[in-house]
Design a protein around this ligand. Structure first.
Ligand SMILES: [Zn+2]
Length: 436
């Protein structure tokens, strides 16, 4: 996948947008041997005449800091028929991501140094986006005994999570926060009180009653977020809520942030765009955990993303094969792929006025990078290029043949979207290029 690095790449007269440095103007951006060396009006100067230069015309294009995904399931090790590190990172590069955080609910679970190291070694062989494993909070994600978080961090893990399962014991969660704090690791919670969601298939509400499916009440999320905020307060640890879906959780987070607590949160594209009404035809592609909720929840999530109560966008890219999806609803596995559709779907929300463009870019770049403490992609001089060039007006149809992911479980198949990723750079190298 990685292309031979051109020693001199010039983005000529391109709209460059980097909210982290207050940049939104038409400039030249020069990348020499992988490092951004010039950003400014007419900055390329004579370099553009160099026979060695690759000059990319900026007309109709935007240059942004590359995206950071806090939440992807790459399925390796253990379920490579759904996705693997190569295909997952290839899809991520095509989606504009330079950094991908991989959840630990693989088979086996990533709860040890050896698995973290194996994943990083595999990713280095791919040469795509940088992979950042997230280690488990508890051994085997069983919710009892804490993992060796210091070992996981030494091996390259950037956070800990039992994603897919919630750490339900308050005592274990308190110890996890205290322990993670000593290593400077963020604890990412999948907030679900399992006692309230047993056997659930979708959001508990009018639609679940009509369809005769067991519901997942939003209070099951709210209870955990409320408790965890209290625990984050007493421990002083960095706490992050995965895939917020409920308006109650938003309210709790807003209150926590107003008191200056070290609490952050992410939201997925599908929770910003779809409601439980999408389940009316029993479409298993829309079965996801936490479930799609109501118009009121969607409105609360959009407002929270716009005002920064929700810091980051995360895909929760969750590939499944037809074995897990082309079956009866109650047997289907929850999950939606998201790496390649994330940007165009969310650009639509900017177009409708729901989210300011600067906030969207921040939520895909600086905000998630800060949650896990990795280098913030930026269009600044002196740093290795980590950037994405997009064509905001280009329309395309989400189709199986076009997706790089091994799986195609998305309710957006067949949807015409506007906004295409044209080129992605990570750590100074071009990792995706659709310009030719
Ligand atoms: Zn989860």
């Amino acid at each position: 996948m990685p292309q031979a690095a051109s020693d001199l790449v010039i983005f000529s007269s391109i709209r460059a947008i980097d909210p982290a440095r207050g940049l939104d103007e038409e400039v030249d951006v020069v990348v020499e041997r992988g490092v951004v060396t010039r950003v400014g009006r007419g900055a390329a100067g004579d370099l553009a005449q160099s026979p060695l230069a690759r000059v990319i015309a900026g007309a109709g294009r935007w240059l942004l800091p590359a995206f950071v995904d806090l939440h992807a399931h790459l399925r390796e090790p253990g379920q490579e028929y759904k996705e693997d590190i190569l295909t997952g990172l290839t899809a991520a590069a095509a989606g504009g991501f330079a950094h991908v955080c991989a959840m630990p609910n693989t088979r086996p679970i990533n709860d040890t140094r050896a698995i973290t190291e194996m994943m990083i070694a595999r990713a280095e062989g791919v040469g795509g986006p940088k992979l950042h494993p997230i280690g488990a909070i508890t051994v085997g994600q069983k919710g009892q005994e804490l993992t060796e978080m210091g070992d996981l961090k030494d091996a390259g893990a950037v956070a800990v999570s039992d994603d897919g399962r919630c750490v339900t014991s308050s005592a274990v969660m308190r110890r996890a926060l205290e322990y993670a704090r000593t290593f400077g690791l963020t604890v990412i919670q999948h907030a679900e009180d399992h006692a309230l969601t047993e056997g659930s298939q979708m959001h508990e509400g009018v639609v679940s009653t009509r369809l005769g499916l067991r519901g997942w009440p939003r209070v099951a999320e709210d209870i955990i977020v409320a408790r965890d905020v209290l625990l984050a307060e007493v421990t002083g640890a960095r706490y992050h809520v995965a895939h917020v879906s409920s308006m109650g959780a938003v309210r709790i987070l807003r209150e926590a942030k107003s008191r200056g607590l070290p609490v952050t949160a992410e939201v997925t594209p599908h929770h910003l765009l779809l409601t439980d009404a999408a389940l009316i035809g029993y479409d298993t592609a829309c079965k996801v955990n936490p479930p799609l909720r109501t118009d009121d929840d969607v409105a609360a999530l959009r407002a929270a993303l716009a005002d920064g109560t929700i810091d980051a966008i995360a895909t929760d890219h969750a590939p499944h094969s037809p074995l897990e999806k082309d079956c009866e609803f109650e047997a289907a596995s929850p999950g939606i792929i998201g790496l390649e559709t994330c940007f165009p779907l969310l650009l639509g929300l900017v177009g409708s006025g729901a989210i300011p463009l600067g906030r969207l870019i921040d939520a895909l770049t600086r905000a998630p990078a800060r949650v896990v403490g990795i280098d913030v992609p930026t269009l600044s001089e002196g740093v290795p290029a980590a950037m994405v060039m997009v064509e905001p007006e280009k329309s395309w149809v989400v189709g199986r043949a076009r997706l790089r992911s091994k799986s195609a479980n998305t309710p957006f198949l067949g949807r015409e979207v506007r906004g295409a990723v044209a080129l992605t750079m990570s750590e100074g190298a071009v990792i995706f290029d659709a310009t030719e």
